[in-house]
Design a protein around this ligand. Sequence first.
Ligand code: FEO
Length: 397
Amino acid sequence: MKPVEIAKGIYNVGVIDWNIRDFHGYSTHLGTTYNAYLIVDEKVALVDTVKKEFSDHLIHNIARVIDPKKIDLVVSNHTELDHSGGLPRVMHRIGEDKPLYVSKMGKKNHARHFPQQWNYQPVTSGDVLELGKRSLTFLETRMLHWPDSMFSYCKEDGVLFSSDAFGQHYAGQEMFDDVVGDAIMPHAKKYFANILLLYAPLILKLVDQVVAMGLDIKTICPDHGVIWRKDPMKIIDAYVRWSKQEENRNKAIIIYDTMWHSTEEMADAIAAGVAEAGALARPMKLREWDRSDIMTEVLDAAAVVVGSPTLNNGLFPTVADILTYLKGLKPKNKIGAAFGSYGWSGEAPKLIHDALAEMQFNLIDDPLKIQYVPQEDGLEKSVELGRKIGSAILGKG
Ligand code: FEO
């Protein structure tokens, strides 16, 4: 990716990772980018770096704008290695003694990642770094999504360097919201559902804080994906909506796995029942769908129905996986139900039911379990469960 000028003297010098398909368990069907930003003023600043293996590419991009040795300081908005992995190469190239601005927690976290004794300059919210005509104001955003996360804001240009927030795993040469258009929103939604959902209460507080500070945000520069320059409020408003988790659509996601198709037949029958009641249903078989794509559907589903065969007196492994993942991300305001076929012991539906109860889902029925292959009565019970779920979604249950 060639350096792209975002505002006069501010460049994205990051890189495109076209071929990554698994980002620590998150499916990146289109790849991603690691954005890094160069601010050329009386002082030259680099905001964030890239994954270690792209370090040389980053330095090459910087060199297309300015001699990398002219960089006076680096800001590292959080320590995760997709943005800090390039620090050793960058610091070695620009001078190991150059200041490295991090949050206080960032200093501790960087020191736990890198043995180098860099010239750390810890900052807190409200601290201002003068660059010349421009300045950077720091805003700590703890746990969004790391303990050391912070934003850096250039008030003179209205540019917010937002670290991972407002990002998307999207690789393309068209790096602005106005160029990609609404096609970017599903990627932003998936990113939110899988990385930020559990921090939803903190996001709502942060948005209130930013509004109270009266920041005039013209451009949001995240560390992944497109830059929001046409309508930065569009992604901020979406984050507020997604964080509130109040706008569930009239749909049920039926997540299941199956050994001999019996639990699958139940899933399809439940989906038919949901549709009969007038709501939407989408069965998602776990070995065919990536957990991160399922989670995206869960974000605005009114009901989450989970089914598993019983294997070795317990859950099918993929079902245990998705329950662990769901529990961690803390989806709220969901109707829930559990089901599954079994051979002789039949523990799985109850285990799912208990897991959903622990997540405070509104469970509308006892777990539905059917021995071996569902016959006509078993399928009718499954359809009936679907009807109850559909009615509950539509507020008639
Ligand atoms: Fe928290 Fe993109 O790293």
